[in-house]
Design a protein around this ligand. Structure first.
Ligand SMILES: NC(=O)c1ccc[n+]([C@@H]2O[C@H](COP(=O)([O-])OP(=O)(O)OC[C@H]3O[C@@H](n4cnc5c(N)ncnc54)[C@H](OP(=O)(O)O)[C@@H]3O)[C@@H](O)[C@H]2O)c1
Length: 342
């Protein structure tokens, strides 16, 4: 049976303007990096998509190489788009990206015009879409002039293949440069997509203030530090967890004794707020004035529901914030630091 969206889908979700633009994003957005790949989308992942939309999550984030295998998250999403979601296309913000390794040879990654445009075309085909709402340069390419990557983004924007342009994991310096280049061409960067969480704080020094100043939105990815900001690793590595997957982005070695001690301390603070650690981690990210939306991943509807319930308590007292700042710092888990090191 074809999916029919809940008539209550806009009753509880809150939305924020993306920087100083008119585009609103839900406080929680859903990413399809993990759990949506493979030869077909699992029944549970489909349920996650539908339940997310039923809860007012209007934004789904993808990239060329989400899977595994590369491209399969987009292909699977494209099938669901065609069978169930096409009638809601104008209610959805769908994003994709190019920049990381996608196909063999010199044009299969990075920021050349050749790669970025070909990748965008491939993504649209896989997702059964005429356009994406947001198209990102996925990482800064030190061996391609920013002007060339900007050429590609401009072409994608002017041809209507994307309504808005974003950058991901660019430093404040490179964001400002790209912002100026595109502004001179009459295009405003809508949004930046950096990693950000209680234990990954790199944006606070330069990037967040820069984005506020420029009126650029900010969607924080991995607000749960890929699941570390939950109770799941307190008693070892569970069989079903990202850290235990064969092909994974969460190296078990990141879950050190020192990190676990911090996570347990954070958990005690969360309990006093009447939240789970994951819920507090989401609420905390949204407390930063630069942040438009927290971009989460989930394995199942249970995690989705728990995370949505984080939005019921977004307020922090001054003393809670001070305590959190004393407890959690940058804990060396930012895998995307190379891109923002320029
Ligand atoms: N621009 C970029 O370079 C970039 C890079 C990375 C991600 N992203 C985007 O950001 C999205 C989110 O990234 P992410 O998946 O790393 O985000 P995350 O929300 O930090 O981590 C998601 C993982 O945490 C666990 N989890 C979620 N809710 C939980 C809960 N309530 N309790 C316990 N565990 C929970 C699940 O892992 P288990 O499997 O262990 O259950 C889930 O797969 C991606 O899908 C992608 O769209 C972008």
């Amino acid at each position: 049976m074809t999916y029919k969206a809940s008539s209550k889908r806009y009753e509880t979700m809150q939305y924020r303007n993306c920087g100083n633009t008119g585009l609103k994003l839900p406080l929680l957005s859903l990413g399809l990096w993990h759990n949506f790949g493979g030869s077909t989308m699992s029944t549970e992942s489909k349920k996650v998509l539908f339940e997310a939309f039923d809860s007012g999550i209007t934004h789904f984030d993808l990239a060329n190489n989400y899977g595994p295998p590369y491209g399969s998250a987009e292909s699977n999403f494209g099938k669901v788009m065609k069978s169930d979601l096409s009638k809601y296309r104008d209610e959805l913000i769908i994003s994709s990206k190019a920049g990381y390794d996608m196909w063999d040879g010199p044009y299969g990654e990075w920021g050349s015009k050749k790669h970025v445009i070909a990748s965008c075309d491939q993504s649209l085909k896989r997702m059964n879409l005429d356009y994406v709402d947001i198209f990102y340069s996925h990482r800064f390419d030190p061996n391609t002039l920013l002007e060339e990557t900007a050429d590609a983004l401009e072409s994608i924007y002017r041809s209507g293949k994307a309504l808005y342009i974003g950058v991901s994991s660019y430093s404040a310096k490179k964001t400002k440069e790209m912002y100026s280049i595109l502004k001179n061409r009459g295009i405003k960067i809508l949004i930046h997509q950096p990693s950000y969480s209680l234990i990954n704080r790199w944006i606070e020094k330069d990037l967040a203030p820069t984005l506020i100043k420029k009126g650029v939105g900010c969607i924080a990815f991995s607000p749960l530090a890929q699941g570390m900001l939950s109770e799941k690793y307190f008693k070892g590595i569970p069989k079903i967890s990202r850290a235990n997957q064969k092909i994974t982005s969460l190296n078990k070695e990141l879950i050190t004794k020192k990190n676990l001690k911090i996570l347990q301390e954070l958990n005690e603070i969360a309990k006093k707020r009447g939240q789970s650690l994951s819920q507090m981690a989401i609420a905390w990210v949204l407390n930063n004035k630069a942040i438009t939306s927290a971009l989460i991943g989930v394995r199942n509807t249970q995690q989705l529901r728990e995370n949505i319930n984080a939005l019921k308590n977004l307020d922090f007292s001054k003393s809670e914030l001070a305590l959190l700042n004393r407890t959690a710092h940058d804990e060396g888990i930012n895998l995307w630091a190379p891109s923002s090191s320029f």
